[in-house]
Design a protein around this ligand. Sequence first.
Ligand code: PEP
Length: 255
Amino acid sequence: MNKKLRKACIAGNWKMNKNRAEAKALIAEMTPLVKDAGCDVVICVPYTNLETALEATKGTNIKVGAQNCHWEASGAFTAEISAGMLSEMGVPYVIIGHSERRQYFGETDVTVNKRVRAALDAGLTVILCVGELLEQREQGVTEEICAMQTRIALGGVGKEELARIIIAYEPVWAIGTGKTATAAQANEVNHFIRTVVEKLYGQSAADAMTIQYGGSMNAANAEELLDQADVDGGLIGGASLKAADFAAIIKAASR
Ligand code: PEP
């Protein structure tokens, strides 16, 4: 992390976990543990927990996010939620382009771009996920994949809007598998993504861009990953479901 240049952010992705009572209990447990965080703290909860999370985090330093949103404002899109619906509730963050959406729900770079555009228009801050599959890493095309995903997702995004974009580099082979990228691998790709942003928007924009790493980050490996110059925080799945583990990662990001 380089806190002189940019903000560090630790975001939890709860995925499809926790009912309302469990969400309330987890937030109550984590609140005192993260209250002195020296980084931004976000929890991205299932839609059904947004209201509970907004209520439970009132007056705390924990911000709430959703895990997706649709690009249209309203209409015949059964089961979808629009960016405007989220902002109307007071939800400030949204994850877009998570690999599980790309893998299991037909998300493409083009739909990721539409969702990013809609989220920005609704005033949300976007956590934009990019990352390569295992086969792509083995074929040596990690940089091409991450560059393409980043460039397409940021299509039509103005320089002044970048303050509301966080990029999360998440190698798909490291998500939920217990296989973490080494600190050097994470830093190398995060740095590469920064050069992609630089080519699009210039050096000061690239320097200011928060680029997280995500993929089996946990209490034990967070410090080493977050010590890397281009790793500005983390998007945390499994470990965000345990208050003590999530707090330990936040502590590592707060140094
Ligand atoms: C994620 O869901 O974005 C993620 C990184 O999951 P995990 O930490 O469980 O690998």
